[in-house]
Design a protein around this ligand. Structure first.
Ligand code: C5P
Length: 219
């Protein structure tokens, strides 16, 4: 069986960074499932659809995306990196993500990422829905304030405008929607190792994760 390591958690918890580092370290493939929800939202917007329109599920089903070797995302052949990671796109993604048909349409696409020698999957429901049998499930959390600060720095580094107070509000709103939705809400799997990264360095979190992954017999 091809091993899958799942890393779930809210926006800004550091799961994207940790997932990338673990995948590199282990030589595993990487699934950034949030990017698929973001790309679906952008594709729906491009077609002029309301975010709650039933056709958004078709958009998800037929999404024409590819990821370049450096991680750059292309939608219908056009690089969309400049808009993909904005908080506005994140908010749109979280709106379409509440719809069961959209989630169902993305299931097979996400599972297709399971390729030898293994996969690190980053998202909200990787351990609870998409890869229910994964041998190592991790859940990364951090306080809203710390997550907003990290997001602020990231946005500024990438040349975007950002306002810390507005970010705290946006992250709270997105958290509420992701944690309280009826389908695949953001919760740790019962067997997940939960790590609070608020006051830990990336290296310290990575060390805890590796210890758990080894203890689970994945590597
Ligand atoms: O992780 P990221 O911030 O890119 O995710 C954007 C949004 O996509 C999340 O706020 C969430 O609503 C949705 N999402 C999801 N399930 C996943 C990954 C992302 O519902 N597995």
């Amino acid at each position: 069986m091809i091993p899958v390591i799942t890393i779930d958690g809210p926006s800004g918890s550091g799961k994207g960074t940790l997932a990338r580092r673990l995948a590199e370290r282990l030589g595993f493939h990487l699934l950034d499932s949030g990017a698929l929800y973001r790309l679906t939202a952008l594709a729906a917007q491009k077609r002029g659809l309301a975010l709650d329109a039933p056709e958004v599920a078709e958009v998800a089903e037929t999404l024409n995306v590819h990821f370049a070797g450096d991680g750059a995302a292309f939608l219908d052949g056009t690089c969309v990196d400049s808009v993909l990671r904005t908080e506005q796109t994140g908010a749109m993604a979280s709106q379409i993500a509440a719809h069961p048909n959209v989630r169902a349409a993305l299931l097979a696409r996400q599972r297709a990422f399971v390729q030898p020698p293994g996969l690190v999957a980053d998202g909200r429901d990787m351990g609870t829905v998409v890869f229910i049998d994964a041998p190592a499930k991790l859940f990364l959390d951090a306080s809203v304030e710390i997550r907003a600060e990290r997001r602020y720095k990231q946005l500024i580094e990438h040349g975007f405008n950002a306002n810390l107070a507005a970010l705290i509000d946006e992250i709270r709103a997105r958290d509420d929607r992701d944690r309280n939705r009826a389908i695949a809400p953001l919760v740790p799997a019962a067997e997940a190792l939960v790590i609070d990264s608020s006051h830990l360095s990336i290296e310290a979190v990575e060390a805890q994760m590796m210890e758990f992954i080894r203890a689970q017999g994945v590597v």
